[in-house]
Ligand binder design. Structure first.
Ligand code: DC
Length: 229
């Protein structure tokens, strides 16, 4: 039996870093559901499938050849048709493609089973937008991470500068705003906290503080035995 912990929230709220850290600490598996939508966006672009062709997109979602490999240094390598696309997957362009394919109900249905298959013992940290509301509604602990748009754009700005990319903070804020808008207002599985989710605003918190808060909740709920910090 797998213990499932869901971490949902908008882009840039810190879900990825916190989820990977928690999975590492607890020895749990990790589902980066956004990566599935990003992979589908890339696959659609490569196979010239239109972003509004719901049937073709859902076929691609069910059958695309993808792989996740954890390397010895703990980093994750993501493959599409055997090719390492880990870098390309993280770009703003791929994020925007993902957000568009994710708005199709047929696509979400096609990816549902693929996501549920990640639930394996001893447990899973499931990171996304609808992990607690739709994909794993039975999860005993659901976290909803938020942060202000300005803070999220600022984090992304720093990340890109560190990679040597020249970007405008204003343009990033606009991108964050329009992705939020699309993710929160779509008809199916819009981004919103599950009724039983615990909300955490990370604007003023460090990654370590967020991780400690979630770990305390995990222990309080008796989901795992206390691990030495
Ligand atoms: O978490 P991310 O930035 O990698 O997600 C990319 C896009 O995928 C996001 O804008 C919306 C979509 N997505 C979704 O609709 N449902 C999920 N569970 C995860 C991501």
């Amino acid at each position: 039996m797998a213990t499932i912990i869901t971490i949902d929230g908008p882009s840039g709220a810190g879900k990825g870093t916190v989820s990977r850290g928690l999975a590492n600490k607890l020895g749990f598996h990790y589902l980066d559901s956004g990566a599935l939508y990003r992979l589908l966006g890339l696959a659609a672009q490569r196979h010239r499938v239109g972003l509004d062709s719901d049937n073709a997109l859902s076929m691609l979602a069910a059958h695309m050849d993808i792989g996740f490999k954890t390397l010895d240094d703990g980093s994750l390598k993501i493959l599409l048709e055997g090719e390492d696309v880990s870098q390309e997957l993280r770009t703003e362009n791929t994020g925007a493609l993902a957000s568009q394919v994710a708005a199709h109900p047929e696509v979400r249905t096609a990816l549902f089973d693929r996501q549920r298959q990640f639930a394996k013992a001893p447990g899973l940290i499931a990171d996304g937008r609808d992990m607690g509301t739709v994909v794993f509604p039975e999860a005993p602990l659901k976290i909803y991470l938020t942060a202000s748009i300005e803070e999220r754009a600022q984090r992304r700005y720093k990340e890109l500068l560190d990679k040597g990319e020249n970007v405008s903070l204003r343009a990033l804020e606009e991108q964050v705003r329009s992705r939020d808008e699309r993710d929160m207002n779509r008809d199916v599985s819009p981004l919103l906290p599950a009724e039983d989710a615990i909300e955490l605003d990370t604007s003023e918190l460090s990654i370590q503080e967020v991780m400690d808060t979630v770990l305390n909740l995990v222990y309080l709920k008796g989901l795992v035995k206390v691990i030495d910090q």
